[in-house]
Design a protein around this ligand. Structure first.
Ligand code: GLC
Length: 497
């Protein structure tokens, strides 16, 4: 039996607002994505995940949905969506879309009814509040005209649904059907662990995940069993990947039981520091606990990993070298990998965004104390030597740095030594040489990862001295040219055993 496509897929996250703008309004859109799908096919990914493109007042960049069955005019139309799916499938790319079940927008018709006192039980209204804080900062409760409050774990414009109300279940099953019937191959589930809150909404003394309003509750698994049964009735191996934040891999494993989600993001990998011990611990835990492992280094919510890794490196190119080495590690591991748009160009986090250009609610709800997530959401540089770098014709919704002239996709495509060329080579090799569900650790010098999967040996040097390569027949790919068979600090390579 062949394994399902998602099990070892490389999925590319498209943050739609920042990928490509076909309409010229400075915001990315669906026709922009469609136009660039050939680039992604050539890059060598298997699937794309589109962040929310639904009707939305954009209080949280579209994660505040006003109509789950329509496309926001700023992103295009349902016909544009259909054209995107058709084109992707022609190119052999699967399409996953984001589903946002924890909360809607305040402009959703149900919330508008709730404000008028109609069917309030679809949300979490109370006459008294508790001490919960919003993930974006500030209280998680907002008062309405009649003096009662509604719960929002995120922005006040994102009221949380009441998943104890069966109508919410029925509605989401219908929304899933709507998109499955339009041909989507799967869904990324936003805040998948947060749907149920403790029944009596008790005060919390804990932080973001552990014991907090967001922490997993057993009831949530019933939702994913319902959803799984639904997609299993569709042809073509449709899949779910959950955005699940848990304290332990054991808890994460519950979400990917055979009758629940197919996959969940492995944030432990993303959170691990640049350290062979830390990486190895995450790899071991993941491979023992999780049936369908996944790997991810960046997404639209975190500081780009070139910048994260660069902070501890002794060399100016350390961030990029480490990012490339970490890519080799994750693409050599069993399971599937999620890439975030722009990492194939080696884009760093943009740290100097002026306050008046910032857009992320985190920045505003913390009075600027936290910069928020705009720095990883800056529109992509495609071509040319000045902003908007082929992103579109209008002024991009976030400013692009002048240093990005050196990082455009066009420029890198023509340079065999570029980060883009490295990603293409790694993805192409991966298809040819990676096989098997097991890895074997090889003895290596301190602060290195040396492991073997099938006929491939992957080596990564997290230390600060060059180390000799293990015995091998052939070098497949390395993050930098190797001298005397030595792997430099921050370097990585694939070898044939
Ligand atoms: C998820 C999304 C994030 C969004 C939040 C609220 O964590 O990835 O971007 O702000 O949910 O929907």
């Amino acid at each position: 039996m062949t394994s399902p496509w998602w099990r070892d897929a490389v999925v590319y996250e498209i943050y739609v607002r920042s990928f490509a703008d076909a309409s010229g309004d400075g915001v990315g859109d669906l026709p922009g994505v469609t136009g660039r799908l050939p680039y992604l096919a050539e890059l060598g990914v298997d699937a794309v995940w589109l962040t929310p493109f639904y009707r939305s007042p954009m209080a949280d960049g579209g994660y505040d949905v006003a109509d789950y069955r329509d496309v926001d005019p700023s992103f295009g139309t349902l016909a544009d969506f259909d054209a995107l799916v058709t084109k992707a499938h022609e190119l052999g790319l699967r399409v996953m879309i984001d589903i946002v079940p924890n909360h809607s927008s305040i402009e959703h018709p149900w919330f508008q009814e709730a404000l008028r006192g109609v069917k309030r039980d679809r949300y979490l209204f109370r006459t008294e509040t508790n001490n919960w804080q919003s993930v974006f900062g500030g209280p998680a409760w907002t008062r309405v005209a009649d003096g009662s409050y509604y719960l929002h774990l995120f922005a006040p414009e994102q009221p949380d649904f009441n998943w104890r109300n069966p109508e919410v279940h029925a509605e989401f099953l219908d929304v899933l059907r709507f998109w499955l019937d339009r041909g989507v191959d799967g869904f990324r589930i936003d805040v998948a662990n947060g749907l149920y809150k403790a029944e009596d909404l008790p005060d919390t003394t804990a932080g973001f995940v552990s014991g907090s309003p967001m922490s997993s509750r057993p009831e949530v698994h019933g939702v994913y069993r319902e959803w799984r049964a639904l997609v299993d009735g569709y042809p073509g191996e449709r899949a779910f990947v959950g955005e699940v934040w848990t304290d332990t891999p054991e808890d994460l494993a519950l979400y990917v039981r055979p009758d629940e989600l197919h996959q969940s993001f492995n944030f432990a990998w993303l959170k691990a520091p640049w350290s062979a011990d830390a990486f190895r611990a995450v790899i071991d835990k993941t491979l023992t606990e999780i049936a369908a492992p996944t790997w991810v280094l960046s997404n639209h919510d975190v500081v780009r990993h070139v910048t994260r890794y660069g902070e501890g490196s002794l060399t100016p190119s350390g961030g990029i070298d480490r990012a490339k080495a970490a890519l080799l590690a994750m693409l050599a591991l069993p399971g599937s990998a999620y890439l975030y748009q722009g990492e194939e160009l080696g884009l760093p986090e943009v740290q100097e965004i002026p306050p008046d250009k910032r857009q992320d609610p985190t920045f505003f709800q913390t009075d600027g104390e936290l910069p928020g997530r705009d720095g990883c959401r800056v529109p992509l540089p495609w071509s040319g030597s000045a902003s908007p770098y082929g992103f579109g014709t209008g002024e991009p919704w976030l400013p692009q740095p002048s240093s990005w002239a050196l990082l455009t996709a066009e420029r890198q495509a023509a340079d065999p030594a570029s980060t883009l060329s490295f990603y293409k080579a790694a993805l192409a090799w991966r298809r040819q040489i990676m096989a098997g569900d097991e890895i074997e650790w090889l003895a290596g010098p301190a602060d290195t990862l040396f492991f073997r999967r099938g006929s491939v040996i992957c080596v990564v040097n997290c230390g600060d001295v060059a180390v000799p390569l293990p015995e091998h027949k052939e070098l497949v790919l390395a993050t930098a040219p190797l001298v005397d068979d030595l792997l430099p600090p921050d370097g990585g390579a694939w070898l044939l055993a």
